[in-house]
Design a protein around this ligand. Structure first.
Ligand SMILES: C[S@@+](CC[C@H](N)C(=O)[O-])C[C@H]1O[C@@H](n2cnc3c(N)ncnc32)[C@H](O)[C@@H]1O
Length: 281
């Protein structure tokens, strides 16, 4: 078996390819592990992973907040870091939340929130938006697979959300969560690891600026029209972008803006609230 891969990846490939658990393999000699029919698939996956292809794309899945989400090339691979947004949103869990996940990718954020709220006896409505047709299809599949009712819209940030042209009729949300593209276009990490295979519109966005903040500006422009009074906005950001994102959020007229830190105490998200009606600057 390929010794070039970390052992947890070797086990993941073996278990996924055969549908048999690790204990089954451990109980027998390696020469008995794979049938003649199974060996080519395992060999191909080991080779592809050794060549750098993301494990999540090879297996078509990744765990997020304790659940399995389908992923495929063209969709960002869910990151454990993003679970911070789920934890932060659940601090204000209440019944009847209208939730919007902007830039949903696999749908991991919005769907996890809906399921965690349900587990706490709360109902919510969930809308998800992405500009990528592959992401929209993947989010729809994940919502169906995990048993969540969700409206998943294809389009550019707020433009995806229908209005009849009358700003008073804009759909309003109580909770808007987003992990937008924020990688700077010259970031050397783009040439490393899984990032080499992930869609650039998910990492740097469609019209990136050198500071990586272009999509925060675009998202924040639409917040006054769409975040209900007292509603919460939660934004993930890069580890060195918190002060910039806090400044943008305050400039947009949001109140009680606060930086959040992950379990390693790195600054990774911002939380802010819509002011009462008529109080936007
Ligand atoms: C960093 S990924 C986050 C995906 C998912 N929320 C997650 O955490 O795994 C950013 C997502 O925003 C989407 N996106 C980029 N530009 C967009 C735009 N202008 N309008 C809507 N979605 C956009 C990308 O396609 C991508 O799915």
């Amino acid at each position: 078996m390929s010794q070039d891969l970390p052992s947890h990846e070797r086990w993941a490939i073996l278990e996924w390819s055969t549908g048999r658990p690790r204990e089954w393999f451990i109980a027998r000699p390696e020469s008995e592990w794979l049938s003649v029919a199974e060996a080519p698939l395992v060999t191909r996956l080991f080779a592809a992973r050794t060549a750098g292809q993301p494990l999540a794309y090879l297996l078509g899945e990744r765990e997020f907040y304790g659940r399995r989400f389908w992923v495929r090339p063209g969709v960002l691979i869910p990151r454990a870091d993003t679970e911070l947004l789920v934890d932060a949103a659940l601090e204000v869990a209440r019944n009847g939340l209208r939730i919007l996940d902007l830039g949903c990718g696999s749908g991991c954020l919005g769907i996890s929130l809906a399921l965690e709220l349900r587990a706490r006896g709360r109902v919510c409505s969930l809308t998800m938006v992405d500009t990528s047709p592959v992401a929209v299809a993947t989010s729809r599949n994940n919502a169906r697979w995990l048993g969540v009712d969700a409206e998943v819209l294809l389009g550019d940030w707020w433009e995806a959300i229908a209005t009849n042209g009358d700003s008073a009729q804009h759909p309003r949300f109580d909770l808007v969560v987003s992990n937008p593209p924020y990688v700077r276009p010259d970031d050397p990490h783009l040439q490393m690891g899984d990032l080499r295979f992930e869609p650039s519109q998910a990492l740097v966005g469609h019209a990136p600026t050198a500071d990586g903040l272009a999509d925060y500006r675009r998202i924040l422009k639409g917040v006054p029209a769409h975040l209900a009074p007292g509603g919460m906005l939660l934004l993930e950001h890069g580890h060195d972008q918190q002060s910039d994102v806090l400044a943008l959020v305050r400039q947009a007229g949001l109140v009680d803006a606060q930086g959040l830190h992950d379990l390693s105490n790195r600054p990774r998200a911002v939380r802010a609230f819509a002011p009462p009606p008529g109080h936007y600057d």
